[in-house]
Design a protein around this ligand. Structure first.
Ligand SMILES: Nc1ncnc2c1ncn2[C@@H]1O[C@H](COP(=O)(O)OP(=O)(O)OP(=O)(O)O)[C@@H](O)[C@H]1O
Ligand SMILES: O=P(O)(O)OC[C@H]1O[C@](O)(CO)[C@@H](O)[C@@H]1O
Ligand SMILES: [Mg+2]
Length: 630
């Protein structure tokens, strides 16, 4: 159901925008400076813009453009009222075809400018043009015409690096910094920050008046320029285990990302904020811990209006689903049980309806706790809010027992899932060991990534064969898994196998069915394996006592363990700090042991997979002693 729009900004938000009028003089001064900047714009930016032009069109966006006619040039020039460096998300360059047939390419550069390249029948020579952010946002009103809808083709933002160019590293670094810069509400609003209301002072013995630096230390503020290093290994050769090299020499290139935590300056008035929390996708241990910490932290800032959206994105538009008021009292004990206090759901996400609902409910901050799909949804909501120029921060917290989110050391719930999974493995082991020719078979979750299976195999130490989606294998034949099981029964008398649900899909019939969110419904490899093992040993006339255990839902419905509870606490708190710092379209994670913020598009380009050349997979093979099944 589409909720009616309140029309533009709601009164409270309008009031905060109204601060802009008080800043007219400073704004005008800023605009003047930008105009000067434009006149003498950097040749580096220009050449970078040209260098990354490519024909590799990959995905589509629809963007509304305003056209304007620049006096004196005689050419139709496009103008994008809400475009900024983050509107084009992952794409470095976007090509637009205007209805008139004019072709426009624009590219987001580090900094605020968007480079536009125009060509049309009336302009024979292509030109790069760097409008200021204000022009991108507001346009030259005098010339503004009716908006036109355009199909936009996004071109892959991957840099085509020439390693013989001495400045390739600098270009790579600049591109990295651009990709990992965080969208901020000041990209679309000219707002001045205020001093934060986040203070832990009340909980501590004061160290003495006037000692500002020690007060800051006690509150743990993070400087906006703090960064964490994402990668710490310098691979000497591309043949090193798990090597991720950029150039053939495996040169050292630094990958910095934004450090998470409370800032001294914030962009929202806590008293005026309405914050909402939503949990989407499948269950995961720790969901309640994250909800609880978000509520606690919001209250520490002074937010009084906090609500939970029931049953995932569905709660935004499904009739009869009412938002749930949240407070410290309400969420105090929710971490004591698994599941989601708010409920979860798959499917049904219609971005524009969700944003209609956000507007109608006057939500200023939305915290989305979910996996890859929920993050894609959160980013779409963030972009739609920008198009509508809403001052709303959308901050995600990655949730998946599969641990398949890029860059993250681990996602919350994964550790607990592994711990629970190894309990199931232990039962399978005891059953198998206690039976004559016992075979234990355990199926674990992991749609496209085998992290749970690999880690549970490693932690239990009881697995003889671990099968994951990332590593292909054969079941039949001389080098197949079944032959190896025969060998294990002959030599040690029993065996235990662990399979990830996404393993061996190439050996099964594809169903083409999808769930409500569009995720492919996998064929059941656990059951297939069970049948194959039974048939094999029956056919060869060897007795085998197979016990099949499928603990998949037990593993994810439980309460978070100690390690995950701490991770949830930090991620939940950092999500709130990120929103108050004015970021939107970001996610909160732990990378290389440090807590960081990352722009959502970067973490969802693909699911993270087990690298078969990684040391961890090699350790798993060493532990199980399994051969290659080829
Ligand atoms: N590309 C997308 N754009 C917008 N919304 C999406 C997209 N993909 C999924 N969603 C929405 O996000 C929500 C959660 O997606 P999904 O069911 O895939 O779970 P998830 O967040 O990936 O978690 P899990 O790890 O449990 O699969 C659903 O409501 C779905 O409709
Ligand atoms: O049965 P559901 O709720 O669709 O969830 C199953 C999926 O959820 C996951 O646990 C991810 O959250 C996958 O491993 C699994 O395929
Ligand atoms: Mg998903």
């Amino acid at each position: 159901m589409a909720l009616s729009l309140a029309g533009g900004h709601h009164p409270r938000r309008a009031a905060s925008c109204g601060r802009r009028s008080g800043q007219t003089a400073s704004l005008r001064a800023k605009r003047e400076t930008r105009r000067d900047d434009r006149a003498g714009r950097s040749p580096l930016a220009l050449s970078l813009a040209r260098a990354v032009v490519s024909d590799d069109l990959s995905s589509f966006y629809t963007i509304r453009l305003m056209q304007e006619r620049i006096q004196g040039s005689g050419a139709d020039r496009p103008e994008a009222p809400y475009l900024d460096r983050h509107s084009v998300t992952r794409s470095a360059i976007v090509e637009l075809r205007l209805i008139s047939g004019q072709t426009v390419s624009f590219m987001s550069l580090s900094g605020m400018t968007v480079a536009l390249k125009t060509s049309s029948s009336s302009v024979t020579q292509q030109q790069w043009w760097h409008p200021t952010r204000d022009q991108c946002q507001y346009g030259l009103r005098k010339f503004r015409q009716r908006p036109v809808l355009l199909r936009v083709k996004a071109i892959s933002g991957k840099l085509d690096l020439d390693f013989s160019d001495p400045s390739w590293k600098q270009k790579y670094q600049e591109d990295w910094d651009r990709r990992f810069s965080l969208p901020h509400i000041t990209d679309i609003y000219d707002l001045e920050p205020r001093t934060t209301t986040f203070s832990l002072k009340k909980n501590r013995t004061p160290l003495g008046d006037g000692d500002v630096s020690s007060t800051d230390m006690r509150n743990g503020y993070v400087n906006k320029d703090d960064r964490a290093l994402l990668k710490v290994i310098k691979y000497a050769s591309p043949n090193s285990a798990g090597a991720e090299c950029i150039d053939p020499d495996c040169s050292w290139v630094e990958h910095w990302v934004h450090r998470a935590g409370p800032r001294k300056e914030i962009y929202y008035e806590p008293e005026e904020v309405k914050a909402a929390i939503v949990t989407c996708g499948g269950l995961c241990p720790g969901l309640n811990d994250v909800i609880r910490q978000i509520v606690f932290t919001l209250e520490t800032y002074g937010v009084k209006n906090i609500v939970g959206i029931p049953f995932g994105y569905r709660g935004f538009f499904e009739k009869g689903l009412k938002e749930m008021p949240l407070s410290r009292d309400v969420v105090e004990n929710i971490n004591l049980s698994g599941g989601s206090f708010l409920g979860v759901s798959r499917g049904g996400a219609k971005t524009s309806e969700i944003v209609d609902s956000i507007q109608a409910r006057r939500i200023d901050m939305l915290f989305v706790i979910g996996g890859n799909g929920s993050h894609a949804g959160a980013n779409a909501i963030h972009e739609e809010c920008r198009k509508r120029k809403l001052k709303v921060s959308i901050v995600a917290v990655p949730k998946t027992i599969d641990n398949d989110i890029l860059f993250m050391d681990k996602t919350f719930g994964f550790d607990t899932a592994v711990e629970e999974a190894q309990r199931a493995i232990n039962s399978a082991y005891i059953e198998a060991r206690s039976a004559y020719h016992g075979i234990g078979l355990v199926k674990l979750m992991g749609r496209s990534s085998g992290f749970i299976a690999m880690h549970a195999s490693l932690s239990s130490g009881q697995i003889d064969v671990c099968l994951i989606p990332e590593v292909s294998f054969t079941l039949d034949g001389e080098h197949g898994v079944l032959q190896h099981l025969e060998h294990l029964l002959n030599t040690k008398g029993f065996c235990v196998i662990c399979v990830a649900e996404g393993a061996g899909q190439d050996l099964l019939q594809k169903s083409n069915a999808t769930d409500a969110s569009g995720n492919v419904i996998l064929s059941d490899f656990g059951v297939h394996m069970q049948q194959k093992i039974k048939k094999h040993f029956k056919d060869i006339g060897v007795p085998a006592d197979l016990k099949y255990i499928d603990p998949t839902y037990m593993v994810r419905a439980c309460r978070a363990n100690a390690s995950d509870a701490i991770l949830c606490t930090v991620l939940g708190q950092n999500a709130v700090h990120g929103a108050f710092a004015g970021f939107s379209g970001i996610t909160s994670g732990v990378c290389n042991t440090h807590y960081v913020y990352l722009p959502i598009p970067e973490v969802i380009t693909t699911p993270k997979h087990v690298n078969p050349n990684s040391r961890m997979w090699h350790r798993c093979l060493t532990s199980t002693g399994q051969p290659d099944f080829h």
